[in-house]
Design a protein around this ligand. Structure first.
Ligand SMILES: Cc1ncc(COP(=O)(O)O)c(C=O)c1O
Length: 380
């Protein structure tokens, strides 16, 4: 049995959606499905505006530009995240300032965020780790009290909720990712959701060459007006069609993930060595990742053992402030005790909607075998 960390869920509707665009022989780049995908994301998330991008990273970059962040500005970010979150301020010569996480949600710790605020602070950029909402009410309150912009990095949390309200609707704006390991996917892709029309208009210009289009650029005889500096960060029409088809089944995909996660948790809670994700009553965790914590003296050996048994697992995440780039090149010298401890213990196990009960059972049994055979002498 070979069990990957994730598998993409796709069906005939996905194939049909993509084939239709391909067969049309036209409009592979831009076309009505792009706007339709944006409209459907707004309806699903509960936001007024959406702009889709060709990745979550280009969405992040665009946000930094749209807010006008520049040299001297500071953006508070977690170190326990994918590198793009921290890199985003650097794209516009601003400074990412790392704050620690708290161990319940694995998201930014509001108390530590407070400690990091300076006169230069402009925004807080919390991440909903692996689909588990961060402590968003407190973070929002801090942002409001200190006149900071709250941008939610909801790349991993499409569909997760707090008090029945979607992540991505709590801050001033949020970015989403549709990369292949996310809750729904267009291969590569991303989006920004916001209720701000001003931001929305800026983002549309940044996405496509600073151009005010007059109809479909490629089909129109008019070339549009270039009013600002922009990029080509567009999501293709082929991808948007796929996104629409994926979005139609998102609730089913999330239910499948939750079911697997609950089974994992119930089985793994039997091991005193393992901490499973906390289930909180007002939260819907969508389990883009299913991450356990296990003492560091087991963790790396467990990765190896699982790998020998054809099971993939992965460390999401190692601290960004300790990467070569941040530590050696950018000379970051910060100590984030919770981030550093948790990243030594964290391990993401395989999870994907089509994962069978046999596969789940095999993963649990392998962990059981590992722990039983682990020699206590090996603890260092
Ligand atoms: C927390 C977080 N932020 C940002 C991104 C960037 O998204 P993308 O890979 O679509 O560029 C990711 C993707 O892995 C992510 O996990």
């Amino acid at each position: 049995m070979k069990i990957p960390l994730f598998k993409i869920y796709s069906d005939e509707n996905d194939v049909k959606a993509v084939s239709e665009v391909i067969k049309s022989g036209m409009r592979w780049a831009i076309g009505p499905p792009v706007a339709e995908f944006e409209k459907k994301i707004c309806e699903y998330i509960g936001s007024k505006f959406c702009v889709v991008f060709n990745s979550g990273t280009s969405a992040l970059h665009s946000l930094m530009l749209a807010y006008g962040f520049h040299e001297g500005d500071e953006i508070i970010v977690p170190s326990f995240t994918f590198i793009a979150t921290a890199n985003a301020p650097l794209f516009v010569n601003s400074k990412p300032v790392f704050a620690d996480i708290e161990s319940k949600t694995l998201g930014l710790d509001p108390n530590d965020v407070l400690e990091r605020i300076t006169k230069k602070s402009k925004a807080i950029l919390p991440v909903h780790y692996g689909g588990d909402p961060a402590n968003i009410f407190e973070l929002n309150e801090i942002a409001e009290d200190h006149n900071l912009i709250l941008i939610e990095d909801a790349a991993e949390s499409f569909g997760s909720t707090v008090d029945n309200k979607m992540t991505g609707t709590f801050g001033n704006s949020a970015l989403l990712s549709f990369c292949q390991n996310k809750v729904i996917t267009t291969g590569e892709g991303g989006a920004i959701v916001t209720d701000s029309e001003v931001l929305y208009n800026k983002l549309k210009l940044i996405r496509s060459h600073g151009r005010v289009d007059q109809g479909d650029y490629f089909l129109s005889s008019l070339s549009g007006n270039y009013v600002d500096l922009g990029f080509n960060f567009r999501l293709s029409n082929i991808q948007a069609s796929l996104g629409l088809s994926q979005l139609e089944k998102v609730e089913r995909l999330i239910s499948m993930r939750i079911k697997i996660a609950h089974y994992y948790s119930q089985r793994l809670n039997a091991f005193k060595e393992i901490i499973t994700p906390q289930i909180r009553p007002n939260i819907r965790h969508v389990y883009q990742l299913f991450s356990i914590r296990i003492p560091y003296y087991y963790r790396d050996r467990l990765i190896e053992y699982l790998s020998q048994n054809q099971i993939s697992s992965k460390i999401y995440f190692s601290p960004i402030h300790q990467t070569y780039f941040y530590k050696e090149k950018l000379k970051y010298d910060v100590h984030l005790p919770v981030t550093e401890t948790i990243s030594k213990e964290i391990l993401s196990l395989p999870i994907y909607p089509s994962m069978t009960r046999d596969e789940q059972e095999y993963v649990v049994r392998s962990i059981d075998n590992f722990i039983k055979n682990f020699e206590s002498d090996d603890k260092v």
